[in-house]
Ligand binder design. Structure first.
Ligand code: PMP
Length: 430
């Protein structure tokens, strides 16, 4: 599979060699890399893009769920072009920022007030900071395998019952204030709260785990978290950077559980750098600079005109009809994937919530991070390259997501490539 990949992508290979001279690993995002080397893209339109060797791909990664309306959507392009000619960023208020804030406050139940930043990383960082400021406590409980960006608190993980930084360069003492429990396990959460609630500012959770493998909450889990947070008097933060797409008001609308704070990103920027965090007005008011003693939050490009214009357009395009369309296509994709898996007797499963899916090489779909460890990493890697060779672009770890510009035609193409690639895996097992 890698040989065929290399034959199809000689120019990408050349670019990779050149890029490595000026950037370690040839790029500036760890998640873009895969072995033997990532492809270099020239341009995209709608649900497709092209690499510099002229290969076409259907994009089932969509910049890790950010480009929900595909590439170069005509409405987004039009609005961004208009915004460009009015000046892009000022150290003052612009009306577009107020408009996007109004849209998001109206759509997301847990957001009464909101502030913008430039990445999901900043969004979770500030949600955590304001939770700590409001409660005057330092402790954060996250989920094992929960990804919330790259700031220090977010980069703590459990290693054999001991929490520690996942990366070099993070002081070990940061881990003192970060606890991790398994997702979908209310009892583990309550045990921790019984011991530690007095030190805990907030529980931080993705309502559907993303990077850990698109793991939906078991029935009653999120409501249970809400109840525990109330009972033990800690705040509940939802990281909806990926899950906002699950309904017009995010996973909190879909699952009917309202958090105290919410972190957003990706789709609310229409393809431009963005993050936002919001929540209860009594908490968010800590940021009010009219108060002498306020929580400071700077950012040169916070709420800039390009991002706001693209974001407003992206949210307007993501109406109920668009979400229903995504749901219908995703359901069909999942069913046909599962059909191929059963037909070929491969020990694999497909998890899904809305238009987010993940292929796992485990017979049982995982319900938490630990249960994803059984997945065959070698199969995941081979499957990814097999899909690439058939013009289907997905996350190397097996995550798929849809864009609103896809149709049945694209799903059918994907299912064909999926089945053919799964046949290769089936042969490995024989
Ligand atoms: N939270 C979640 C759930 C994410 O999926 C991501 C990005 N994949 C982030 C936070 C960080 O966002 P960003 O890459 O914009 O910093």
């Amino acid at each position: 599979a890698e040989r065929e990949f290399s034959i199809r992508t000689p120019k990408s290979m050349e670019k990779y060699q050149a890029a490595r001279r000026v950037m370690p690993g040839g790029d500036t995002r760890s998640t873009v890399y895969f072995s033997p080397y990532p492809i270099t893209v020239s341009n995209g339109s709608g649900p497709e893009f092209q690499d510099i060797d002229g290969n076409h791909y259907l994009d089932f990664l969509n910049n890790y769920t950010a480009t929900i309306h595909g590439h170069a959507h005509s409405k987004v392009v039009e609005k961004v072009n208009q915004a460009l000619s009015s000046g892009t960023s000022y150290a003052s208020v612009i009306e577009e920022q107020i408009s996007l804030a109004e849209i998001l406050c109206a759509r997301v139940p847990g957001i009464e007030q909101i502030r913008f930043c430039n990445s999901g990383t900043e969004a979770t960082m500030f949600a955590i900071r304001v939770a700590r400021a409001f409660t005057n406590r330092a402790g954060i409980i996250k989920m094992e395998g929960g990804y919330h960006g790259t700031h220090e608190t977010a980069q703590i993980e459990l290693f054999n019952t001991q929490q520690a930084p996942v990366s070099m360069g993070i002081p070990v003492r940061v881990a003192q204030d970060v606890y991790a429990v398994p997702f979908n396990d209310l009892e583990a959460m309550e045990q921790l709260l019984i011991q530690r609630a007095k030190e805990i500012a907030a529980i931080l959770v993705e309502p559907v785990m993303g990077a850990a493998g698109v793991i939906p909450p078991l029935s009653g889990y999120l409501a249970g978290l809400r109840e525990l947070a109330n009972r033990y008097d800690v705040l509940l933060i939802f990281d909806e950077v990926q899950t906002l797409r699950l309904s017009t008001g995010g996973a909190q609308s879909k699952y009917h559980v309202t958090p105290d704070l919410t972190a957003l990103g990706k789709i609310i920027g229409g393809g431009f750098p963005v993050g936002a965090f919001g929540g209860r007005a009594d908490i968010m008011s800590l940021f009010d600079p009219a108060n002498l003693n306020h929580l400071s939050h700077g950012g040169t490009f916070n709420g800039n005109r390009i991002t706001m214009a693209a974001g407003i357009t992206s949210m307007e395009l993501l109406d109920q009809q668009a979400i229903d369309h995504l749901e219908t296509l995703a359901k069909k994709l999942q069913m046909q994937m599962q059909e191929a898996i059963h037909r070929l007797f491969v020990p694999a499963s497909v998890t899904r919530s809305g238009s987010l899916l993940n292929v796992h090489f485990t017979e049982q779909p995982p319900i938490n991070y630990a249960s994803t460890h059984r997945s065959r990493k070698d199969f995941t890697q081979l499957f990814h390259i097999e899909l690439l060779n058939r013009g289907i672009y997905t996350a190397p770890r097996g995550m798929w997501n849809l864009s609103t510009v896809m149709t049945d035609f694209h799903i059918d193409q994907a299912v064909k490539a999926f089945s053919d690639s799964m046949q290769v895996i089936a042969k490995c097992i024989e």
